[in-house]
Design a protein around this ligand. Structure first.
Ligand SMILES: [Zn+2]
Length: 91
């Protein structure tokens, strides 16, 4: 009983804060933020759907950076109006 009370009050706290959450930046967005002046170059390559997301993920891995295929696809899907809502496109 105590357990479910804890859950309910935790969910209630979420409901109370609804609308005040900022969209978290995805793994791709975080990488781009760190890329600074190279950001647009990286972004144009990552957003190029002619390149399979698997190839991009593999290339990152070779350089000991880990972006999952799912993260890349999710980030790219924002171009179609769904998927990632991270603020990576903000200048
Ligand atoms: Zn993103």
């Amino acid at each position: 009983m105590d357990e479910s009370q804890g859950l309910l009050s935790a969910l209630q706290a979420l409901a109370d804060g609804a609308g005040s959450y900022t969209t978290p930046t995805c793994a791709v967005g975080r990488f781009l933020e760190k890329a600074k002046d190279k950001k647009e170059t990286y972004a144009s390559i990552i957003d190029n759907k002619a390149i399979p997301a698997t190839q991009i993920a593999m290339t990152f891995k070779k350089h000991e950076l880990y972006l999952s295929v799912g993260s890349i696809r999710h980030h790219r899907n924002r171009l179609d109006g769904n998927g990632c809502k991270c603020p990576a496109d903000k200048k």
